[in-house]
Design a protein around this ligand. Structure first.
Ligand code: ZN
Ligand code: ZN
Length: 262
């Protein structure tokens, strides 16, 4: 497995430049993972399959789903791609490398866990600030247009918020100076995580049922369901920041009421 991966990597670094891999390669991987993981939830919602696991009874109209997709394509090509192209020197400056040998799995996993923790911390505070009156009205309300989220709404946001999300995602790698392989893997798991958090379904196999302190779809769906001043649940990945700072009280109270009713 490791040998196969190394020879595939050798092929990439022999045939493509660092710039092509870091910018165009990252963009292609991001688009593929994002749309391949997000689109099935649109199909599920339209077909009404697995509806017993759907968190909210309301469905999005095909027009609303279509608007989300067209806006996403516009922003991905008009904002994400140019940002990736111009930030290449920053990636190089932060010590990104693509040479062989690939880093050990221990290093890769250790760094990715660290990236998740730091991203969650930065996202939590940034997200709380986005819920102040002016910023919510002028920036963050775009992301909250969908009170019943579906996978693809995870990246549906104002361009200014897209830049903030990019910053929160890249700050961990900037601190450690990662291998491009680690950076790609981090991007893949982070996209899968945020698509899952917005998917609108709470399955028995959802990661929140297995990973302690993990937020996931049920936790973030609550954030979209409520008015911006009352929502709470601001974290992106974990639940402990909201618990420490008391911004999950509404969610916990509701859970306690539901439990008492059953
Ligand atoms: Zn929000
Ligand atoms: Zn959201």
């Amino acid at each position: 497995m490791a040998a196969l991966l190394e020879s595939a990597w050798q092929y990439l670094i022999t045939n493509f430049s660092d710039f092509q891999l870091a910018c165009i390669g990252s963009f292609i991987i991001h688009e593929s993972v994002f749309f391949l993981s997000g689109l099935p939830f649109i199909l599920l919602e339209r077909a009404g399959w697995l509806s017993k696991y759907k968190i909210q009874a309301k469905n999005n109209s095909p027009a609303a789903q279509g608007k989300c997709i067209s806006r996403l394509l516009l922003y991905h090509f008009g904002v994400n791609l140019p940002v990736m192209l111009v930030s290449y020197p920053v990636f190089k400056r932060m010590g990104m490398r693509s040479t062989l040998p690939l880093p050990s799995w221990k290093v890769v996993f250790g760094q990715i866990i660290f990236y998740f923790i730091i991203e969650d911390f930065v996202f939590y505070w940034g997200h709380r600030i986005l819920h102040t009156k002016w910023l919510y009205k002028n920036v963050h309300s775009v992301h909250h247009e969908y009170a019943t989220p579906f996978g693809l709404t995870s990246e549906y946001a104002h361009p200014a918020e897209i830049l903030f999300l990019g910053f929160a995602t890249i700050i961990g790698p900037a601190l450690t100076g990662p291998h491009l392989f680690t950076l790609w893997l981090w991007m893949v798991v982070r996209v899968l995580e945020t698509v899952e958090a917005h998917c609108g379904y709470d399955f028995p196999w959802s990661p929140s049922n297995f990973i302690p302190l993990y937020g996931g779809a049920y936790f973030h769906d609550y954030h979209h369901r409520l008015l911006y001043t009352k929502s709470g649940n601001y974290s992106s990945t974990f639940t402990y920041m909201d618990w420490i700072f008391g911004t999950d009280k509404g969610f916990r109270n509701l859970e306690a009421i539901k439990k008492a009713e059953n």
